[in-house]
Structures are given as structure tokens and as C-alpha cells.
Design a protein around this ligand. Sequence first.
Ligand code: LMR
Length: 349
Amino acid sequence: MRTFALISLFICSGVLAAFVFGFDLRDTVQTLEYDDEQEGLEDQVVIKFSHVTSEHTPKGLAARKFAELVEARTNGTVSVEIYANGALYNDQDEQQALKENRVQIIAPATSKLTSEYPDFQILDLPYAFSSYEEVRKAYEGTIGRTLLAELNKSEMRGMGFWYNGFKQMTSTSESLLHPSDFERMHFRRMPSPVIERQFQALDASTSLLPFNKTYENLHVEFINGQENTTSNIYTKKLYETQDHLTISNHGYLGYIVLTNETFWKNLSDEQREIIETSMEDATEWIRRHSIETNDAHLRELKRTDSISIHYLNQEQQNIWRQALEPVYIETEAFVGRELMQELDQITDQ
Ligand code: LMR
């Protein structure tokens, strides 16, 4: 009985003390900070930017740059969520996802638009460009404007061209130094008829495969070669499955940045202006940084020691050019004489 009385006394004094010293709920409520980060969230525009390469490639880095610029210039009222490595959609699905506004920005290789827009094939012609300056002239001049205008009739709006770099060849067992080295080889290729014709001219067969399936198809030896920039070869670890890398610079891999037309029209004038200038700044950034990123990744490839690197000399390059000459004649039927002349003008200057 005495114990019970003691316990009751102890509990009662505890409750009393809580009320006197600390149990003041009003205090707790009054000192809670108001979280202004949540303010206006319902008005926030979210741009899902989906792409297929690693975050450390020219495209991955430029997407990050673009996102930072847009978010800073809109005080966070427009946010850009980046999905790299094909985490949301691979290169075969992303255009459809964009058309249905499931994502708002994608940046596919220009080669991936060629089935719907055959004129884009012009950018895939082997040895079309022999310098970065020529690529810039094509993107910023009549060729770029013509291609963008074609797109703008569709649900996909072209925002600009982004840069990656010159493509190089990789192969298993045999090095690729002469066109005859391609015979009986099987390559992964992107969906451009020009690229298909390029490998046909070299007597090689091809399979059309998504970018993110290239590693595993090389690994199981379904294919024994592929072409890409050193940045993509390094960041996707393609060198682990390949014995030889030929620095051939035989083609250029660049991107077209696309947004959904309806999404675009629903933005305010101010939002559109900020997104457009941020895209221009990110484009200038990738133009200047894509070269050094590819160079840095080539240095990393040299350091891995797991792939032999061969440079084509001028004479070897001339032989490759000659072997690939028929591709030009076949391509003119698809892109027309006018665009081909524009290309000639750039390369003759
Ligand atoms: C490829 O499919 O090889 C490239 O287009 C990947 C990329 O987006 O750079």
C-alpha cells in the first residue's frame, strides 16, 4: 500500500513538473520555422531531361550546365531533372516519350532522326568535316537552319545543336588500318542509312543496336566492332571488350536538342526567354568543352593499357576516303543537291 502511494505521488509530481516547465505545446508550435522552399511549388515547372550517355560526357556535363543556369535564372521556379544513362528511356524510345510529353527535353545524336527526317543524313557522311570549325559552320549555317526548320513543323521543337566529337573505330582481335580489314566484321551502328552504307562500302555487316546495349553485345561477341567518340568509348567502358582503337576521325557525332512543342507553348514568355538563353549558353559551353573532354578520355584510354591505339596517317586516311566515296553518290538521292552543295561550300572554304 505504501509502495502504491509512493508511485502515485511520483507520477503526479512528474506530470505537474511537465506542465510548469516544459510541456507548453503553444511554444513548440510557435517556434516551428516556416519552410519557404515549399512556397509556390504548385507553380513550379519541372523539365525532365532524358539522355543516354554518362554524366561525365560532353552531353552529360552540358545538361548539368543548362540545368544550373535555368534554375538560377528562374530562382528555382523552373527546375531541370536530368536522367542520364538511359535511366528513363533508351535511344529507341526517347523520341516517342518526348512527343507524348513524358519528358520535356532529349538530345539524341543527329543520326537518330534520319528515319523521320532524311536530310539529317548529311551530317553522317564519312569525312564530311575535317575540323571542328567546319562542324560549327554546318550547325550554325544554312544546313543547321534547314534541318531545324524541318523539325519545327512537328511535335518536336529543335532548340539547337550540341557537340560531342569525331568518331573512332574499335575492334576485337584485328586492328582496322586498311578498308580490307573491315571485311567479314560485324559492327554496331546507329540508325542512319548513311552509316549503314558506310559499313557496306567497307564490306562489313552491321546491326542496329541501342547505345546502352553496345557493351553487352560486344561482350558476348554478337558484334566485334563499333564506332564512337573517345568519350563514349571510355565512359561506357567499351575498351574492356575491344582490343584495338583506330583514331580515324572518319565522322562526326553531334546532337540535336529537342523539346515538346505543346510544353513549350504553355510556358510564359519570360520562361521561354530564360530557357532559350540558357540553352545558347550551354551550347557555347559544350562547343568549347567537348574537345577537351574527348581528349581527356583518350588520355584515360591510353592509361588503361587494355586497348591498342592506332593513328591513321594521311596516306591511310586518303585510302579510307576513296573507299567511302560511293556513300556520297548514294546519299545525294536522299538529301538533295542543294544541301550537298552547302556542305561542299563549307569544306571548300
Ligand atoms: C550512340 O548511340 O552511339 C550515341 O548516339 C550515344 C550518344 O548519345 O552520344
